[in-house]
Design a protein around this ligand. Sequence first.
Ligand code: PAF
Length: 280
Amino acid sequence: MKIFTTKSDLKNYFKELSSKEVTIGFVPTMGALHKGHLSLIEESKKNNGITIATIFVNPTQFDKKEDLEKYPKTIDKDIALLKETGCDVVFTPTVEDIYEGNVSSNSFDFDGLEHEMEGKFREGHFNGVGTIVNAFFHIINPTNAYFGEKDFQQLQIIKKMVEKLHLPINIVGCPIHREANGLAMSSRNERLTSKQREEASIIYKVLQSVKAKLHTESIGNIKLWVEKSFENHSSFKLEYFNIADEATLKEITEIKPKRSYRAFIAVYTDSIRLIDNLAL
Ligand code: PAF
């Protein structure tokens, strides 16, 4: 596995490769890798000649300094895992190399997708994500790029960015990986105590119950039930729960035929923020 730490070295590598007409699969990450990330690498390997992962904790997508500082960093373990999974190339640039002294986001118009759910609670987050993913797309020029459905809003926003900027990149969404108790795998789970990790199974249990209740109850009543469930679980604080249209990400109040919907949730335990979603 080749490891590059500067964009100029990586670009040189791709220049040499360009005559070989090989397809490139790209898996962007912020490190603290888990099985969910590795499944993206495996998916990419099935469909591309070369698979490249980036490990870069992107400062511009964090709205809270504390969250950025506490973001788990496990670079040696990550590199070992990528090697084991058969990743071909890893790019681990510094903030200076990527942002060249101007650590700020570009402003994107994602047709309003950015104002729903996460956008209401994490100011500037999606401009930061768009900025870094677009920068990597221009350095790497991937054929296919892989994103997990755990960050479903991010996945839809990246699809929108590619459409609006006319980038010739196929965006592939991959299913959520879960712990045995249903907790969606996330790098942030590293910060949970074993008790919190165990108790966090409530999130998936609630989502599954929502799916079951949808046959018999109104969306309004389901929302009230979700709020009550978290009120009864004092170690978790519900930030939002929505049932939304997969394409527009707009919250809905009734189910219409021929549309696809998901339940979305964000909760805090202590200062750790967990998100999850379930296709309905
Ligand atoms: O999903 C993530 O880990 C990040 O938002 C991404 C896509 C790697 C951009 O920093």
